[in-house]
Design a protein around this ligand. Structure first.
Ligand code: 5GP
Length: 142
């Protein structure tokens, strides 16, 4: 497998290490799902592997499978909590594709694809993020 240099100081590595907080939606042995702090739309969730992969080309298949399994749980919860059917799955590989955090992450955005261009434009209200994380987390447990 081709490997890309992995920078341990990236923000998602710090979230995984517990050095920086996040609004957790779901966690298991291989993955973590949490609210995007600058959401494209309400309910925007990121799924990351607990593995130092910069992007898709670095991700072992067992972790890729685990990310997909978590994404399926999150999508189900998003549909329930946000009362929407349309969820855009997005993932950018390399700065040249617009990637800005260099730990693999899958975006799950309750929206039509065209909304994605707006990402990282405005921070969300922290209380609203916490409430959404709790609602989605509860929906996964049900
Ligand atoms: P990328 O452009 O790399 O695909 O997306 C990075 C995403 O990470 C963006 O949507 C951005 O809003 C989100 N993000 C950046 N820093 C943080 C952070 O500290 N916490 C959380 N929860 N999300 C972040």
């Amino acid at each position: 497998m081709m490997t890309t240099h992995y920078d341990d100081a990236n923000i998602f590595a710090k979230i995984l290490a517990g050095d920086i907080p996040c609004h957790k939606v779901y966690e298991d042995d291989q993955t973590l799902a949490f609210m995007d702090i600058m959401p494209v739309t309400k309910g925007h969730v990121l799924v990351i592997p607990k593995y130092p992969a910069t992007e898709l080309s670095d991700l072992p298949l067992d972790y890729a499978q685990a990310v997909i399994a978590t994404a399926q749980k999150v999508i189900k919860a998003q549909r329930q909590v946000l009362q929407t059917q349309g969820i855009t799955q997005m993932q950018l590989n390399h700065a040249k594709a617009g990637q800005s955090v260099f730990h693999y992450h899958m975006h799950l955005v309750p929206a039509h694809f065209s909304a994605f261009a707006k990402h990282e434009s405005a921070s969300a209200d922290q209380d609203e993020l916490a409430q959404l994380a709790a609602q989605l987390s509860k929906a996964i447990d049900e």
